[in-house]
Design a protein around this ligand. Structure first.
Ligand SMILES: Cc1ncc(COP(=O)(O)O)c(C=O)c1O
Length: 458
């Protein structure tokens, strides 16, 4: 079969660096010889419909409120560089070698200290290192789920988790939230309905702190209540907590895992409190689960990257990581304030949004009749980007929602982004006034998280 290729026009830096070898032509073809051979689990792996728009959204003239990239500009790179250089001199032969499938004991011990900030008292033997918490999600799903099993998740939920759950051919059933996060009543109703339908629910996936994408947080009593429901139904809880230490007021709320060591698997990450590029996360699991996790980790990676673990361990041992988290909190709080002020000033009547007390994200509910996905090309033409709501649902809901993030752009860009977004919404609304509501876009908001305190109700 002939394969159509287009030569790559970009000069290859390696070739021009003097090796004298002609650059290989890039074989850019969309024709897939193996199209009929992929495993059925790949069928759900589709690129997002808005991916090509996001390439445009990354241009400097566009204010991107879409991404979830942490702002790590304030990390003391000079100090970190010196400390890492000494580490390589002293520990290089171990740091650059294969390691244990469970991860380095020193870092596992340090992680128990980090988790104590959220009330978790755990032994390092129950911690398994992963390639970011994303790999923790993958391993836990691999251990527990067969095709057709049900996973319960918040409505809306983290897009990366939904992708993982889809790749294991599970069915995600969304459970409603309010301003205090996941609703215990909605959880109970879902469990009763699924039980009577004969479905196997493998676990509840929840993000209790500064939820991605909704920005809401479960208070302590809500966590206890959810755990009571979970125990009543014999339900395993997977608690995903990458943002918990980035709180804007007061101390972090104790983790669900601190309230129930037997029924909760806890996922942690250094991506938001140190560096996403080192790709270091962890799973804290009941002992028997932990043993299986290590076997799964060994078959996935042999061992999680040892050098990255040494980088994190050196950072924790030699830098003021608690002070750094405090300064991240201040920086993100200022950006959150800019976002909330900008939304209050520029959103048209009928728009509501959540008021996060930490983390990166605000969840916006649009006036009736507007469709965040249909509106995105116009927004990008107006040089502002966001993530349309349906990305965060496994079942196509969310047309009246969008996620806007304040983690990366500086405050003045955030304000400008909300101004541009306000103009786009106004324009869409005036179209509706002229031509009437399009019933296809009349998707009611889901989950009840539409009214943050002080949100624009006018
Ligand atoms: C809720 C949630 N879980 C997990 C992850 C993955 O993080 P990591 O970089 O640790 O893999 C993210 C990243 O944005 C996230 O928002």
């Amino acid at each position: 079969m002939a394969i159509v290729t287009e030569p790559d026009q970009t000069p290859d830096p390696a070739a021009s660096a003097g090796r004298g070898v002609a650059p290989a032509a890039r074989r850019d073809t969309r024709l897939d010889t193996w199209a009929g051979r992929y495993a059925s689990r790949t069928h759900g792996m589709t690129a997002s419909a808005v991916r090509s728009l996001f390439e445009v959204a990354n241009r400097p003239e566009v204010v991107s409120l879409a991404g979830g990239m942490p702002n790590i500009a304030d990390l003391p790179l000079d100090v970190i560089a010196d400390n890492l250089a000494s580490m390589v001199f002293k520990e290089g032969p171990r740091a650059m070698q294969y390691g244990s499938g469970q991860g380095e004991p020193v870092l596992r011990e340090q992680i128990t200290e980090v988790m104590r900030l959220e009330g978790i008292h755990a032994h390092r033997d129950d911690v398994t290192l992963t390639v970011g918490s994303q790999q923790g999600l993958d391993l836990v799903t691999r251990l527990f789920c067969d095709p057709g099993d049900v996973i319960l998740a918040e409505a809306p939920s983290y897009v990366g988790a939904l992708g993982t759950f889809r790749s294991y051919q599970t069915d995600v059933v969304h459970v409603g939230m309010d301003d205090d996060g996941l609703s215990p009543e909605a959880l109970r109703e879902a469990l009763v309905a699924l039980r009577s339908a004969g479905r196997t629910v493998k676990f509840l996936y929840t993000i209790p702190n500064f939820q991605n994408p909704a920005g809401v947080t479960q208070p302590l009593e809500r966590r206890a209540e959810l755990l009571r429901v979970a125990r009543e139904f014999g339900l395993l809880v997977v608690e995903d907590n990458p943002y918990g230490l980035l709180t804007f007021s007061g101390e972090p709320i104790p983790a669900m895992r601190s309230l129930d060591a037997d029924n909760v698997i806890y996922l942690g990450s250094f991506s938001k409190t140190f560096s996403p590029g080192v790709r270091v996360g962890w799973v804290l699991a009941p002992h028997a689960v932990r043993e299986k996790l290590v076997l799964a980790q060994e078959s996935a990676t042999l061992c999680p990257p040892v050098f990255s673990q040494y980088v994190v361990s050196t950072y924790l041992a030699t830098c003021d990581w608690r002070g750094q988290i405090a300064s991240f909190r201040d920086m993100y709080r200022t950006r959150r304030d800019a976002m909330l002020a900008g939304l209050a000033e520029h959103m048209p009547a009928g728009t509501t949004w959540t008021h996060p007390e930490g983390g990166f994200f605000v969840w916006v509910t649009l006036p009736e009749g507007l469709d965040s996905q249909a509106m995105l090309p116009r927004a990008i033409t107006s040089r502002v980007a966001y993530v349309p709501g349906p990305a965060f649902f496994a079942d196509g809901f969310g047309a009246r929602n969008m996620r806007v993030s304040y983690c990366y752009p500086p405050p003045e860009r955030i304000r400008e982004g909300t101004r541009r977004l306000g103009e786009v919404l106004q324009h869409e609304l005036s179209l509706h006034e002229t031509f009437g509501l399009d019933p296809r876009h009349d998707d009611p908001p889901r989950g009840g998280i539409t009214r943050g305190p002080g949100a624009n109700q006018s």
